[in-house]
Design a protein around this ligand. Structure first.
Ligand SMILES: NC(=O)c1ccc[n+]([C@@H]2O[C@H](COP(=O)([O-])OP(=O)(O)OC[C@H]3O[C@@H](n4cnc5c(N)ncnc54)[C@H](OP(=O)(O)O)[C@@H]3O)[C@@H](O)[C@H]2O)c1
Length: 269
């Protein structure tokens, strides 16, 4: 696997809000290498999208809830981003196919796909008592949803000069950290944490299959960010949480692939 690089280059783009994906159009004239302009208080993925939108990219906002998706699009437009809504339920084949069709109509290609949708599966998740359905549902969204969306979007990504895929993972999926006393990987979670380990493993498999293409695919951990996911108990701002995803979405053509990163660098598997 190639080593990470910090330099970035302009490109078109996209992505989403809840589902975390999307799409595309290059406007290099508006690219800013040192983007810091996301407003405080928005949700993680919205900030992430605002970040890419502020880079001058056309942003598709994937979300399954009509009202929340429209609100997100309007918020992004008010912040100056070129945004459009993409109805998207990552667990539904027909929804994902329709999302790819819409992106093709709106943009013609996809430069960046950010697979951001994720669920914790709720609690408690002690492995000795967890409902198997909790594990099944969590994997369906956090892993199979990523595979479903990625494969549906790949034909559009292949039309890009520099396609990038970012899978939103978590350090709780690190087996190394989970087995390191005091590493601070949160509560016992037999569904959520393994789903992110699974996602990391799938990310590596994609990187291996795509190694001779121009597609770069990596996993990102945003850190412990205050969002709905954790009842806003997170200690990082959405803007801080978005930074690694934005970096991986804007990797240069000789950038890394098949890696797992947070703001501090490489996260151990
Ligand atoms: N926050 C953290 O501290 C943290 C730490 C490590 C990793 N992460 C990861 O970062 C990503 C974003 O999480 P977040 O903190 O921003 O949490 P969040 O605010 O709960 O956002 C997750 C979003 O995923 C969407 N979603 C769930 N199932 C979906 C489906 N089937 N189809 C489409 N969208 C779906 C939800 O949409 P609805 O509004 O429709 O429910 C929700 O808005 C997740 O993958 C999460 O695992 C977060």
């Amino acid at each position: 696997m190639r080593r990470p690089r910090d330099d970035r280059r302009d490109r078109g783009c996209v992505l989403h809000r809840h589902g975390g994906e999307v799409v595309t159009k290059l406007r290099p004239d508006r690219f800013r290498q040192d983007h810091t302009g996301a407003p405080e208080g928005d949700e993680l993925q919205q900030l992430r999208v605002v970040g890419l939108g502020a880079l001058g990219w056309k942003v598709g906002v994937g979300a399954r809830d009509d009202r929340r998706r429209q609100e997100a699009v309007e918020k992004l437009r008010a912040a100056g981003a070129d945004a459009f809504g993409v109805p998207l339920d990552v667990t539904d084949d027909a929804s994902v196919t329709a999302a790819a069709d819409l992106i093709e109509k709106q943009a013609g290609r996809l430069d960046v796909l950010v697979n951001n949708a994720g669920i914790t599966g709720g609690s408690p998740q002690a492995p000795t008592t967890v409902d198997p359905e909790t594990i099944r549902a969590t994997v369906e969204t956090n892993v199979i949803g990523v595979v479903r969306v990625t494969n549906a979007m790949l034909p559009l990504l292949r039309r890009s000069a520099s396609p990038r895929i970012v899978n939103m993972s978590s350090s709780v999926g690190s087996l190394t950290l989970q087995s390191t006393p005091g590493a601070g990987t949160g509560p016992i979670a037999a569904a959520y944490a393994p789903s992110k380990s699974f996602l990391n493993a799938v990310t590596v498999q994609y990187a291996k299959e795509l190694q001779d293409t121009n597609v770069l695919i990596n996993a990102a951990c945003p850190g412990f960010v205050a969002t709905d996911l954790n009842g806003f108990r997170g200690v990082r701002t959405p803007e801080q949480g978005a930074a690694t995803a934005i970096r991986l979405a804007t990797l240069p053509d000789d950038g890394t692939t098949g890696g797992f990163f947070d703001d501090a660098g490489v996260v151990p598997w």
